[in-house]
Design a protein around this ligand. Sequence first.
Ligand SMILES: NC(=O)C1=CN([C@@H]2O[C@H](COP(=O)(O)OP(=O)(O)OC[C@H]3O[C@@H](n4cnc5c(N)ncnc54)[C@H](OP(=O)(O)O)[C@@H]3O)[C@@H](O)[C@H]2O)C=CC1
Ligand SMILES: CC(=O)[C@@H](O)[C@H](O)COP(=O)(O)O
Ligand SMILES: [Mn+2]
Length: 396
Amino acid sequence: MSVKRVAILGSTGSIGMNTLEVIRAHPERFKVVALTAAQKIERLAEQCAEFKPAIAVVADEAGAVRLRQMLQEKNLSTQVLFGAEALISAVVDSGCDTVMAAIVGAAGLAPTLAAARAGKRVLLANKEALVMSGDLFMQAMLAGGGELLPIDSEHNAIFQCLPNGFTNHPQGQHGVEELWLTASGGPFRDLALADLASITPEQACAHPNWVMGRKISVDSATMMNKGLEVIEAFWLFGLPLEKIKVLIHPQSVVHSMVRYRDGSVLAQMGQPDMRTPIAYGLAYPERINAGVAPLDLTQLAMLSFTEPDTKQFPCLALAFSAAAAGGTAPTILNAANEIAVAAFLDMGLPYLQISQVVEQVLNQIDSAPATSIEQILAVDTAARLAAQNYIRDLRH
Ligand SMILES: NC(=O)C1=CN([C@@H]2O[C@H](COP(=O)(O)OP(=O)(O)OC[C@H]3O[C@@H](n4cnc5c(N)ncnc54)[C@H](OP(=O)(O)O)[C@@H]3O)[C@@H](O)[C@H]2O)C=CC1
Ligand SMILES: CC(=O)[C@@H](O)[C@H](O)COP(=O)(O)O
Ligand SMILES: [Mn+2]
Protein backbone atom coordinates (compact mmCIF):
# COMPACT_ATOMS: atom_id res chain seq x y z
CA MET A 1 0.00 0.00 0.00
CA SER A 2 1.52 3.33 -1.03
CA VAL A 3 1.16 6.27 1.36
CA LYS A 4 -1.08 9.05 0.02
CA ARG A 5 0.34 12.54 0.34
CA VAL A 6 -2.47 14.92 1.21
CA ALA A 7 -2.83 18.71 0.98
CA ILE A 8 -5.77 20.14 2.91
CA LEU A 9 -7.09 23.49 1.71
CA GLY A 10 -9.04 24.91 4.67
CA SER A 11 -7.65 22.59 7.36
CA THR A 12 -8.94 24.74 10.24
CA GLY A 13 -12.58 24.49 9.16
CA SER A 14 -15.21 21.87 9.81
CA ILE A 15 -14.33 19.68 6.79
CA GLY A 16 -10.61 20.28 7.29
CA MET A 17 -10.70 19.12 10.90
CA ASN A 18 -12.84 16.09 10.07
CA THR A 19 -10.32 15.20 7.37
CA LEU A 20 -7.47 15.38 9.88
CA GLU A 21 -9.47 13.20 12.26
CA VAL A 22 -9.75 10.46 9.63
CA ILE A 23 -6.08 10.82 8.70
CA ARG A 24 -5.05 10.71 12.38
CA ALA A 25 -6.59 7.24 12.65
CA HIS A 26 -4.64 5.93 9.61
CA PRO A 27 -1.03 7.16 9.83
CA GLU A 28 0.15 4.20 7.77
CA ARG A 29 -2.01 5.33 4.81
CA PHE A 30 -1.79 9.13 4.74
CA LYS A 31 0.90 11.78 5.12
CA VAL A 32 -0.18 15.42 5.39
CA VAL A 33 2.12 17.57 3.23
CA ALA A 34 0.29 20.92 3.20
CA LEU A 35 -2.22 22.69 5.42
CA THR A 36 -3.91 26.02 4.80
CA ALA A 37 -6.01 28.41 6.91
CA ALA A 38 -7.14 32.01 6.86
CA GLN A 39 -7.56 33.44 10.38
CA LYS A 40 -7.20 30.58 12.85
CA ILE A 41 -3.43 30.72 13.32
CA GLU A 42 -3.26 28.98 16.73
CA ARG A 43 -5.29 26.05 15.43
CA LEU A 44 -3.07 25.81 12.35
CA ALA A 45 0.05 25.86 14.54
CA GLU A 46 -1.32 22.93 16.57
CA GLN A 47 -2.09 21.04 13.36
CA CYS A 48 1.44 21.69 12.08
CA ALA A 49 2.90 20.41 15.34
CA GLU A 50 0.93 17.19 15.04
CA PHE A 51 1.10 16.50 11.29
CA LYS A 52 4.38 18.24 10.33
CA PRO A 53 3.45 19.34 6.79
CA ALA A 54 6.11 20.66 4.41
CA ILE A 55 4.03 23.80 3.71
CA ALA A 56 1.52 25.84 5.74
CA VAL A 57 -0.36 28.78 4.24
CA VAL A 58 -2.25 31.63 5.91
CA ALA A 59 -4.14 34.62 4.52
CA ASP A 60 -1.75 37.50 5.22
CA GLU A 61 1.74 38.50 6.26
CA ALA A 62 0.79 39.28 9.86
CA GLY A 63 -0.62 35.77 10.21
CA ALA A 64 2.50 34.30 8.63
CA VAL A 65 4.77 36.16 11.09
CA ARG A 66 2.73 34.85 14.03
CA LEU A 67 2.68 31.31 12.68
CA ARG A 68 6.45 31.30 11.98
CA GLN A 69 7.10 32.39 15.55
CA MET A 70 4.85 29.67 16.97
CA LEU A 71 6.46 27.01 14.78
CA GLN A 72 9.96 28.20 15.69
CA GLU A 73 9.12 27.79 19.38
CA LYS A 74 8.12 24.21 18.59
CA ASN A 75 11.27 23.62 16.49
CA LEU A 76 9.24 22.84 13.38
CA SER A 77 10.65 23.21 9.88
CA THR A 78 7.32 23.75 8.04
CA GLN A 79 7.65 26.45 5.40
CA VAL A 80 5.11 29.23 6.08
CA LEU A 81 3.63 31.12 3.12
CA PHE A 82 0.77 33.60 2.82
CA GLY A 83 -1.74 34.96 0.32
CA ALA A 84 -3.84 33.64 -2.54
CA GLU A 85 -0.87 32.58 -4.72
CA ALA A 86 0.56 30.58 -1.84
CA LEU A 87 -2.61 28.46 -1.76
CA ILE A 88 -1.63 27.31 -5.24
CA SER A 89 1.89 26.51 -3.99
CA ALA A 90 0.34 24.30 -1.31
CA VAL A 91 -1.13 22.25 -4.14
CA VAL A 92 1.60 22.29 -6.77
CA ASP A 93 4.83 22.53 -4.71
CA SER A 94 4.06 20.28 -1.73
CA GLY A 95 4.45 16.96 -3.51
CA CYS A 96 0.84 16.02 -2.76
CA ASP A 97 -1.12 13.52 -4.82
CA THR A 98 -4.47 14.20 -3.10
CA VAL A 99 -6.08 17.59 -2.41
CA MET A 100 -8.97 18.10 -0.01
CA ALA A 101 -10.68 21.24 -1.35
CA ALA A 102 -12.35 22.58 1.79
CA ILE A 103 -11.94 26.34 1.66
CA VAL A 104 -15.36 27.95 1.89
CA GLY A 105 -16.59 30.06 -1.01
CA ALA A 106 -15.04 31.55 -4.13
CA ALA A 107 -11.64 31.83 -2.43
CA GLY A 108 -11.34 28.09 -3.01
CA LEU A 109 -11.64 28.29 -6.79
CA ALA A 110 -8.05 29.11 -7.80
CA PRO A 111 -6.27 26.43 -5.71
CA THR A 112 -8.90 23.81 -6.54
CA LEU A 113 -8.52 24.60 -10.21
CA ALA A 114 -4.75 24.35 -9.79
CA ALA A 115 -5.23 20.87 -8.32
CA ALA A 116 -7.44 19.91 -11.27
CA ARG A 117 -4.90 21.19 -13.79
CA ALA A 118 -2.04 19.42 -12.00
CA GLY A 119 -3.78 16.04 -12.26
CA LYS A 120 -4.32 15.49 -8.54
CA ARG A 121 -6.99 13.40 -6.88
CA VAL A 122 -9.39 16.22 -5.98
CA LEU A 123 -11.68 15.61 -3.01
CA LEU A 124 -14.26 18.30 -3.69
CA ALA A 125 -16.04 19.70 -0.64
CA ASN A 126 -16.01 23.31 -1.88
CA LYS A 127 -19.19 23.35 -3.97
CA GLU A 128 -18.95 27.09 -4.72
CA ALA A 129 -15.94 26.52 -7.00
CA LEU A 130 -17.88 24.13 -9.21
CA VAL A 131 -21.04 26.29 -9.14
CA MET A 132 -19.02 29.30 -10.28
CA SER A 133 -17.05 27.68 -13.03
CA GLY A 134 -18.92 24.40 -13.84
CA ASP A 135 -17.97 23.47 -17.38
CA LEU A 136 -14.53 25.09 -17.23
CA PHE A 137 -13.68 23.29 -14.01
CA MET A 138 -14.81 19.92 -15.39
CA GLN A 139 -12.74 20.55 -18.55
CA ALA A 140 -9.69 21.39 -16.40
CA MET A 141 -10.21 18.15 -14.48
CA LEU A 142 -10.38 16.19 -17.72
CA ALA A 143 -7.33 17.90 -19.24
CA GLY A 144 -5.30 17.41 -16.04
CA GLY A 145 -6.00 13.69 -16.04
CA GLY A 146 -6.64 13.55 -12.28
CA GLU A 147 -9.54 12.08 -10.39
CA LEU A 148 -12.54 13.99 -9.02
CA LEU A 149 -14.30 12.54 -5.99
CA PRO A 150 -17.30 14.40 -4.57
CA ILE A 151 -17.21 14.91 -0.80
CA ASP A 152 -20.45 16.90 -0.39
CA SER A 153 -22.58 14.23 1.31
CA GLU A 154 -25.33 14.11 -1.35
CA HIS A 155 -22.92 13.91 -4.27
CA ASN A 156 -20.77 11.40 -2.50
CA ALA A 157 -23.93 9.34 -1.93
CA ILE A 158 -24.87 9.55 -5.61
CA PHE A 159 -21.32 8.67 -6.64
CA GLN A 160 -21.57 5.59 -4.42
CA CYS A 161 -24.91 4.63 -6.05
CA LEU A 162 -23.58 4.92 -9.61
CA PRO A 163 -21.44 2.42 -11.48
CA ASN A 164 -17.69 3.00 -10.86
CA GLY A 165 -16.28 6.05 -12.54
CA PHE A 166 -19.64 7.42 -13.69
CA THR A 167 -19.20 11.16 -13.76
CA ASN A 168 -20.35 13.54 -16.45
CA HIS A 169 -21.43 10.81 -18.86
CA PRO A 170 -24.02 11.57 -21.54
CA GLN A 171 -27.67 11.35 -20.55
CA GLY A 172 -29.19 7.92 -20.25
CA GLN A 173 -25.98 5.93 -19.88
CA HIS A 174 -26.14 3.07 -17.42
CA GLY A 175 -29.94 3.36 -17.30
CA VAL A 176 -29.96 6.28 -14.87
CA GLU A 177 -33.29 8.13 -14.96
CA GLU A 178 -33.10 10.59 -12.07
CA LEU A 179 -30.93 11.80 -9.22
CA TRP A 180 -32.77 12.57 -5.97
CA LEU A 181 -30.90 14.97 -3.71
CA THR A 182 -32.12 14.85 -0.14
CA ALA A 183 -32.38 18.03 1.95
CA SER A 184 -32.97 18.34 5.67
CA GLY A 185 -35.01 21.53 5.19
CA GLY A 186 -32.77 23.21 7.78
CA PRO A 187 -33.79 24.68 11.13
CA PHE A 188 -36.80 26.57 9.69
CA ARG A 189 -38.32 23.70 7.74
CA ASP A 190 -41.68 23.97 9.50
CA LEU A 191 -41.88 27.76 9.70
CA ALA A 192 -43.58 30.14 7.28
CA LEU A 193 -41.49 32.89 5.67
CA ALA A 194 -43.40 35.48 7.69
CA ASP A 195 -42.06 33.92 10.92
CA LEU A 196 -38.43 34.44 9.89
CA ALA A 197 -38.17 38.24 9.97
CA SER A 198 -36.09 38.43 13.15
CA ILE A 199 -34.03 35.25 12.82
CA THR A 200 -30.53 35.65 14.31
CA PRO A 201 -27.26 34.18 12.94
CA GLU A 202 -27.15 31.78 15.91
CA GLN A 203 -30.63 30.47 15.08
CA ALA A 204 -29.81 30.13 11.38
CA CYS A 205 -26.54 28.31 12.14
CA ALA A 206 -28.21 25.77 14.45
CA HIS A 207 -28.56 23.01 11.86
CA PRO A 208 -30.82 20.18 13.07
CA ASN A 209 -28.52 17.34 11.96
CA TRP A 210 -25.10 18.46 10.79
CA VAL A 211 -22.28 20.39 12.48
CA MET A 212 -20.80 22.65 9.80
CA GLY A 213 -19.21 26.05 9.16
CA ARG A 214 -21.38 29.15 9.47
CA LYS A 215 -21.75 29.98 5.77
CA ILE A 216 -23.01 26.55 4.70
CA SER A 217 -25.24 26.41 7.78
CA VAL A 218 -27.02 29.60 6.69
CA ASP A 219 -27.24 28.20 3.15
CA SER A 220 -28.93 25.11 4.58
CA ALA A 221 -31.44 27.30 6.42
CA THR A 222 -32.36 29.22 3.24
CA MET A 223 -32.01 26.04 1.14
CA MET A 224 -29.60 27.91 -1.13
CA ASN A 225 -27.33 25.01 -0.18
CA LYS A 226 -29.61 22.60 -2.00
CA GLY A 227 -29.81 24.95 -4.97
CA LEU A 228 -26.02 25.07 -5.17
CA GLU A 229 -26.02 21.28 -4.87
CA VAL A 230 -28.40 20.89 -7.82
CA ILE A 231 -25.94 22.88 -9.94
CA GLU A 232 -23.04 20.86 -8.48
CA ALA A 233 -24.82 17.59 -9.40
CA PHE A 234 -25.53 18.88 -12.90
CA TRP A 235 -21.82 19.36 -13.56
CA LEU A 236 -20.59 16.28 -11.75
CA PHE A 237 -22.99 13.75 -13.20
CA GLY A 238 -23.96 15.22 -16.57
CA LEU A 239 -27.73 14.67 -16.39
CA PRO A 240 -30.16 17.32 -17.62
CA LEU A 241 -31.48 19.63 -14.89
CA GLU A 242 -35.02 18.28 -15.07
CA LYS A 243 -33.68 14.88 -14.00
CA ILE A 244 -32.18 16.27 -10.78
CA LYS A 245 -34.81 16.42 -8.04
CA VAL A 246 -34.82 17.66 -4.45
CA LEU A 247 -36.63 15.86 -1.63
CA ILE A 248 -37.01 17.12 1.91
CA HIS A 249 -35.87 14.35 4.22
CA PRO A 250 -35.67 15.77 7.76
CA GLN A 251 -33.83 12.79 9.25
CA SER A 252 -30.68 13.20 7.04
CA VAL A 253 -30.12 9.43 7.01
CA VAL A 254 -30.59 8.80 3.29
CA HIS A 255 -27.92 11.05 1.83
CA SER A 256 -29.27 10.89 -1.75
CA MET A 257 -30.56 8.40 -4.31
CA VAL A 258 -30.35 7.31 -7.94
CA ARG A 259 -33.43 6.07 -9.77
CA TYR A 260 -32.75 3.62 -12.61
CA ARG A 261 -34.74 2.73 -15.71
CA ASP A 262 -35.59 -0.77 -14.46
CA GLY A 263 -37.41 0.54 -11.37
CA SER A 264 -34.48 0.22 -8.97
CA VAL A 265 -33.72 3.10 -6.63
CA LEU A 266 -30.29 2.96 -4.97
CA ALA A 267 -29.76 4.98 -1.82
CA GLN A 268 -26.70 5.59 0.31
CA MET A 269 -27.50 5.78 4.02
CA GLY A 270 -25.46 6.57 7.09
CA GLN A 271 -25.10 8.79 10.12
CA PRO A 272 -25.01 12.52 9.34
CA ASP A 273 -21.25 12.63 9.81
CA MET A 274 -18.89 14.00 7.16
CA ARG A 275 -16.14 11.59 8.17
CA THR A 276 -17.93 8.95 6.08
CA PRO A 277 -17.66 10.72 2.69
CA ILE A 278 -14.22 12.07 3.64
CA ALA A 279 -12.90 8.58 4.42
CA TYR A 280 -14.50 7.30 1.22
CA GLY A 281 -12.69 9.94 -0.84
CA LEU A 282 -9.36 9.57 0.91
CA ALA A 283 -9.17 5.79 0.56
CA TYR A 284 -11.16 5.25 -2.67
CA PRO A 285 -11.68 2.57 -3.93
CA GLU A 286 -10.95 0.97 -0.59
CA ARG A 287 -13.16 1.39 2.49
CA ILE A 288 -11.53 2.35 5.77
CA ASN A 289 -12.80 2.93 9.29
CA ALA A 290 -14.08 6.52 9.48
CA GLY A 291 -14.67 6.50 13.23
CA VAL A 292 -18.42 6.85 12.62
CA ALA A 293 -20.93 4.97 14.79
CA PRO A 294 -22.85 2.24 12.94
CA LEU A 295 -26.32 3.19 11.74
CA ASP A 296 -28.98 1.41 13.82
CA LEU A 297 -32.14 1.33 11.69
CA THR A 298 -34.19 -0.03 14.59
CA GLN A 299 -33.62 3.25 16.43
CA LEU A 300 -35.15 5.33 13.64
CA ALA A 301 -38.83 6.16 14.13
CA MET A 302 -39.32 6.81 10.42
CA LEU A 303 -37.82 8.12 7.19
CA SER A 304 -39.95 10.70 5.38
CA PHE A 305 -39.65 12.41 1.99
CA THR A 306 -41.63 15.39 0.67
CA GLU A 307 -41.24 17.92 -2.12
CA PRO A 308 -39.93 21.35 -1.11
CA ASP A 309 -42.18 24.41 -1.40
CA THR A 310 -40.12 26.95 -3.33
CA LYS A 311 -42.35 29.78 -2.02
CA GLN A 312 -41.16 28.92 1.48
CA PHE A 313 -37.54 28.84 0.24
CA PRO A 314 -37.06 31.65 -2.31
CA CYS A 315 -33.30 31.01 -2.48
CA LEU A 316 -34.00 27.51 -3.80
CA ALA A 317 -36.23 28.97 -6.50
CA LEU A 318 -33.53 31.50 -7.45
CA ALA A 319 -30.94 28.73 -7.72
CA PHE A 320 -33.23 26.66 -9.94
CA SER A 321 -33.71 29.62 -12.27
CA ALA A 322 -29.98 30.44 -12.36
CA ALA A 323 -29.29 26.79 -13.12
CA ALA A 324 -31.79 26.87 -15.98
CA ALA A 325 -30.35 30.16 -17.33
CA GLY A 326 -26.85 28.63 -17.31
CA GLY A 327 -23.73 30.50 -18.48
CA THR A 328 -22.56 32.92 -15.82
CA ALA A 329 -25.91 33.02 -13.96
CA PRO A 330 -24.73 30.50 -11.31
CA THR A 331 -21.56 32.60 -10.83
CA ILE A 332 -23.74 35.66 -10.19
CA LEU A 333 -26.04 33.70 -7.87
CA ASN A 334 -23.11 32.37 -5.86
CA ALA A 335 -21.32 35.71 -5.53
CA ALA A 336 -24.45 37.58 -4.44
CA ASN A 337 -25.28 34.84 -1.97
CA GLU A 338 -21.79 34.90 -0.44
CA ILE A 339 -22.03 38.65 0.10
CA ALA A 340 -25.60 38.47 1.46
CA VAL A 341 -24.81 35.62 3.87
CA ALA A 342 -21.68 37.42 5.14
CA ALA A 343 -23.78 40.58 5.65
CA PHE A 344 -26.39 38.56 7.55
CA LEU A 345 -23.74 36.90 9.73
CA ASP A 346 -21.60 39.94 10.44
CA MET A 347 -23.46 43.16 9.59
CA GLY A 348 -27.04 42.69 10.73
CA LEU A 349 -28.63 42.23 7.31
CA PRO A 350 -32.11 40.81 8.07
CA TYR A 351 -32.43 37.11 7.25
CA LEU A 352 -35.24 37.63 4.74
CA GLN A 353 -33.12 40.08 2.78
CA ILE A 354 -30.61 37.38 1.81
CA SER A 355 -32.89 36.19 -1.00
CA GLN A 356 -33.78 39.79 -1.93
CA VAL A 357 -30.10 40.61 -2.47
CA VAL A 358 -29.56 37.53 -4.63
CA GLU A 359 -32.68 38.24 -6.69
CA GLN A 360 -31.75 41.88 -7.20
CA VAL A 361 -28.23 41.04 -8.41
CA LEU A 362 -29.47 38.29 -10.72
CA ASN A 363 -31.91 40.81 -12.23
CA GLN A 364 -29.27 43.51 -12.49
CA ILE A 365 -26.46 41.59 -14.20
CA ASP A 366 -27.11 39.84 -17.48
CA SER A 367 -25.75 36.33 -17.72
CA ALA A 368 -23.56 35.36 -20.65
CA PRO A 369 -21.98 32.14 -21.90
CA ALA A 370 -19.04 31.20 -19.65
CA THR A 371 -15.89 31.33 -21.77
CA SER A 372 -12.87 31.62 -19.49
CA ILE A 373 -11.85 31.61 -15.84
CA GLU A 374 -10.81 35.26 -16.19
CA GLN A 375 -14.33 36.13 -17.32
CA ILE A 376 -15.83 34.10 -14.43
CA LEU A 377 -13.67 35.98 -11.94
CA ALA A 378 -14.67 39.33 -13.47
CA VAL A 379 -18.36 38.40 -13.25
CA ASP A 380 -17.85 37.26 -9.66
CA THR A 381 -16.28 40.63 -8.79
CA ALA A 382 -19.06 42.59 -10.52
CA ALA A 383 -21.79 40.59 -8.77
CA ARG A 384 -20.15 41.09 -5.37
CA LEU A 385 -19.98 44.82 -5.96
CA ALA A 386 -23.63 44.95 -7.05
CA ALA A 387 -24.65 43.00 -3.93
CA GLN A 388 -22.63 45.28 -1.66
CA ASN A 389 -24.14 48.39 -3.25
CA TYR A 390 -27.65 47.02 -2.92
CA ILE A 391 -27.10 46.13 0.75
CA ARG A 392 -25.71 49.62 1.36
CA ASP A 393 -28.83 51.14 -0.24
CA LEU A 394 -31.09 48.89 1.85
CA ARG A 395 -29.43 50.15 5.01
CA HIS A 396 -29.90 53.86 4.18
N1 LIG B 1 -19.04 21.45 6.84
C1 LIG B 1 -19.63 20.49 6.15
O1 LIG B 1 -20.11 19.51 6.75
C2 LIG B 1 -19.75 20.58 4.66
C3 LIG B 1 -19.10 21.55 3.94
N2 LIG B 1 -19.15 21.58 2.58
C4 LIG B 1 -18.44 22.62 1.85
O2 LIG B 1 -17.07 22.57 2.23
C5 LIG B 1 -16.51 23.89 2.26
C6 LIG B 1 -15.96 24.14 3.66
O3 LIG B 1 -17.02 24.17 4.57
P1 LIG B 1 -16.77 24.23 6.15
O4 LIG B 1 -15.62 23.36 6.50
O5 LIG B 1 -18.07 23.99 6.77
O6 LIG B 1 -16.36 25.76 6.34
P2 LIG B 1 -15.60 26.44 7.56
O7 LIG B 1 -16.04 27.84 7.61
O8 LIG B 1 -15.75 25.61 8.78
O9 LIG B 1 -14.05 26.37 7.11
C7 LIG B 1 -13.61 27.11 6.03
C8 LIG B 1 -12.11 26.96 5.86
O10 LIG B 1 -11.70 27.84 4.81
C9 LIG B 1 -10.73 28.78 5.31
N3 LIG B 1 -10.96 30.05 4.63
C10 LIG B 1 -12.03 30.86 4.75
N4 LIG B 1 -11.91 31.93 3.96
C11 LIG B 1 -10.72 31.79 3.30
C12 LIG B 1 -10.01 32.58 2.36
N5 LIG B 1 -10.52 33.74 1.90
N6 LIG B 1 -8.83 32.14 1.92
C13 LIG B 1 -8.32 30.97 2.37
N7 LIG B 1 -8.94 30.17 3.26
C14 LIG B 1 -10.13 30.57 3.73
C15 LIG B 1 -10.98 28.84 6.80
O11 LIG B 1 -9.85 29.32 7.49
P3 LIG B 1 -9.94 29.90 9.02
O12 LIG B 1 -10.88 28.99 9.75
O13 LIG B 1 -8.52 29.77 9.50
O14 LIG B 1 -10.40 31.29 8.96
C16 LIG B 1 -11.31 27.38 7.09
O15 LIG B 1 -10.14 26.63 7.15
C17 LIG B 1 -17.66 24.83 1.86
O16 LIG B 1 -17.57 25.11 0.51
C18 LIG B 1 -18.92 24.03 2.16
O17 LIG B 1 -20.00 24.39 1.33
C19 LIG B 1 -19.85 20.65 1.88
C20 LIG B 1 -20.55 19.67 2.53
C21 LIG B 1 -20.54 19.56 3.97
C1 LIG C 1 -23.35 17.64 5.06
C2 LIG C 1 -23.71 18.23 3.78
O1 LIG C 1 -23.44 17.69 2.74
C3 LIG C 1 -24.44 19.50 3.78
O2 LIG C 1 -24.42 20.10 2.50
C4 LIG C 1 -25.83 19.15 4.19
O3 LIG C 1 -26.45 18.56 3.11
C5 LIG C 1 -26.56 20.32 4.66
O4 LIG C 1 -27.84 19.96 4.97
P1 LIG C 1 -29.12 20.43 4.17
O5 LIG C 1 -29.68 19.20 3.56
O6 LIG C 1 -29.95 21.01 5.27
O7 LIG C 1 -28.72 21.46 3.16
MN1 LIG D 1 -24.46 18.65 1.10
